[in-house]
Structure formats: structure tokens, C-alpha cells
Design a protein around this ligand. Structure first.
Ligand code: ASP
Length: 334
């Protein structure tokens, strides 16, 4: 079968490119992109593949600056007339952050699909080849256009803006806990059940890396926040409790941070649901709102941090940053 569709696969590493090193009995990056692709049988019947090697990194080694380099590479590749879609292979540990950054920075109607594997190639039931073939089918499907960056694992298609890694081990670890998947991969066909809830674009090639992600817990105080202010951090994301509430001991640090024009973005440490100014006690959401804390909706902390890093690369204007995070509520508040 002849095909005119061309998919560029950008290989970055992760378990999909790993095998067990017998000397240490542990998985390490080892497979070449040709070896990975060689396991995807009959791929030539579906698409012409162009291999682009970005690197062979475990995903905890991927930095925000590397994500930005990848974003520029994806932009350049997807803009080519001969390319139908782009697939990015990636370690699953930080896959959601890279996918979300690509979703925010790459503006194209063509599909960009991020994929990984949960089992390395030395394990029984390596899922790299089936995930990669599903990602390629997603990238060549007309119905995948204009959906933002997609994450394909275990025959499910999720929006990068909604998906998160939910389990340390299982093959169906990538879930959109708030809204469910966009669709499924049924053999080589992509069936979409719904559209994405919202799409956002941040027009930048830069990223501000000095942004802290801090999780609240009983008795946590302002020590780390003060350390960040003194170390010239540019932004702080706090995973608050429940609806968006913090221990009162964190208030001093937050007030000091905002007074120095260092934005504090609040999200919840709960896996689903948005933060809101429901509670009026000291440290409650209502108090935090009055202090100038920015409400990050239902983003998980790791994604709110990516968004803040991109926004801070464009502006230090706290109101503009607030507007980007609180879009739906902003008009109501001002
Ligand atoms: N630790 C691996 C990584 O993120 C996990 C994986 O790829 O599934 O690189």
C-alpha cells in the first residue's frame, strides 16, 4: 500500500527506549530510534516516517530549557508542507509537563502526539511498539486536527492540557481525571467522543526557570517561600489544601513574595476540582484572594508551574499573569 502521509517522529528517550542493563539489573536508555521503529510492524503501510533524534534522556533529566528546545523543533517540523503530523516519544514521568508546554507554545492545526511506554523492551509485554503505532495512526488521522497536543497511551487519546500520570506502574496510567479521554484508538482508526474543553496559546520561545512548586501540608510555614524570595525566584506555585486553603504560618511569606512582585499561584493538592475563595478564615481562599494570590483553576501543580514559567518569560505584570490564570473569573472580579 502506498501512502503520501509523512510523520516526523522526534525521539527524546524514556522507558520506550530502555532495556535492562544486566550488570545493574535496572533499566537504562539503550535502544536507537531505528530499533524502536523496527518493532512497529507494517508502519510503512500507514505513513512515511522521518526520524529526528532529539536525545535519549530519562524524562527526569529533561529540563524546562530542553522542553523549549523541543518546542522550537516541533514548531519548525510541523510547519513543513510535507509533514502530516509530529509524534514525540518521551519518558512518562514528566511527559505531561512537556506535552502541556508544547500545547501552550505550538500553534498548528496539524496533530502533535506525545507517546511513551510503561514497560521497557526487556520486559514481558513491552508496550512501546503498540503505543507508537497508535500515536502514528493518531498523527495521520484527519479527525485529530485542531485538537491541540495529544497524548496517546494504551489506546486512549487524551488532551495534553487535561491529562496526568495517575499510576506508577499500570499501562493505563495516563488519565484525564476531570473530563475523561477525548477518544480511543480502535485498530488504526481514531474515534473521538468529545472535543477539548479549551485551548490556550502563549506566544513565546523563552521560559523563566526560577519558579518553585511547593506542596502545603499541616504545619508548613514560610521558610521555603522566604528562601525563594532571597534566592531571587521569579514565581511560586503552591499546592493548597482542598478548595484552596493554607496553614496561617505560610501567610507571612506569601505577603512578602507579592510585595516583591513575585506572583504566587494557588492550585489544589486534590487530584480534581478547581480552587476558589470559599473560606474566609486566616489562610482560607477568601483571605488569600484579598492578599493578591492568583487562582490557578483546576491545573495540577506541575502544569501550573509550566504555565507560570512561560508567562514570566513574557511579562512581570502580575495583573496580566492573573488574567491568564483566572480568565473565566477575571471579568467578574474587575
Ligand atoms: N522513568 C521513566 C522516564 O520517565 C519512566 C517512563 O518513561 O515510563 O524516563
Amino acid at each position: 500500500m502506498q501512502t503520501s502521509k509523512k510523520v516526523a517522529i522526534i525521539f527524546t528517550g524514556g522507558t520506550i527506549s530502555m532495556k535492562v542493563d544486566p550488570r545493574i539489573h535496572a533499566a537504562i536508555p539503550a535502544l536507537s530510534s531505528e530499533e524502536i521503529l523496527g518493532m512497529v510492524t507494517n508502519v510503512e503501510n500507514f505513513a512515511n516516517i522521518e526520524i529526528i533524534n532529539f536525545g535519549n534522556y530519562p524524562s527526569p533529566h529533561i529540563t524546562p530549557n530542553m522542553m523549549m528546545d523541543l518546542s522550537k523543533l516541533v514548531k519548525k517540523t510541523i510547519s513543513r508542507d510535507d509533514i502530516t503530523g509530529v509524534v514525540v516519544t518521551h519518558g512518562t514521568d514528566t511527559l505531561e509537563e512537556t506535552a502541556y508546554l508544547l500545547d501552550l507554545t505550538v500553534k498548528s492545526e496539524k496533530p502533535v502526539v506525545v507517546v511513551g511506554a510503561m514497560r521497557n523492551s526487556s520486559e514481558l509485554g513491552y508496550d512501546g511498539s503498540s503505543n507508537l503505532s497508535a500515536a502514528i495512526c493518531t498523527a495521520i488521522s484527519d479527525s485529530s486536527k485542531n485538537k491541540g497536543v495529544l497524548v496517546v497511551m494504551n489506546n486512549e487519546v487524551n488532551a495534553a492540557s487535561e491529562v496526568t500520570k495517575t499510576n506508577t506502574l499500570s499501562l493505563d496510567t495516563f488519565k484525564s481525571p476531570e473530563f475523561g479521554p477525548l477518544g480511543i484508538v480502535d485498530n488504526d482508526e481514531i474515534l473521538y467522543y468529545r472535543d477539548i474543553i479549551s485551548r490556550e496559546h502563549i506566544n513565546t520561545d523563552n521560559i523563566e526557570t526560577k519558579v518553585l512548586l511547593l506542596k502545603s501540608a499541616p504545619g508548613v510555614n514560610s521558610d521555603i517561600i522566604n528562601y525563594c524570595i532571597d534566592s531571587e525566584y521569579k514565581g511560586i506555585v503552591i499546592e493548597a489544601m482542598g478548595r484552596g486553603n493554607l496553614p496561617p504560618e505560610m501567610i507571612d511569606g506569601i505577603v512578602r513574595s507579592i510585595s516583591k512582585n513575585i506572583p504566587v499561584v494557588l492550585v489544589s493538592r486534590c487530584p480534581t476540582g478547581r480552587v476558589l475563595d470559599t473560606y474566609g478564615y486566616e489562610g482560607g481562599g477568601n483571605h488569600l484572594r484579598k492578599l493578591g494570590v492568583i487562582f490557578g483553576g483546576n491545573l495540577p501543580g506541575q502544569k501550573a508551574r509550566i504555565k507560570l514559567m512561560l508567562l514570566l518569560a513574557k511579562t512581570n505584570d502580575m495583573n496580566k499573569i492573573r488574567e491568564q490564570f483566572e480568565k473565566d473569573e477575571y471579568k467578574k472580579l474587575n
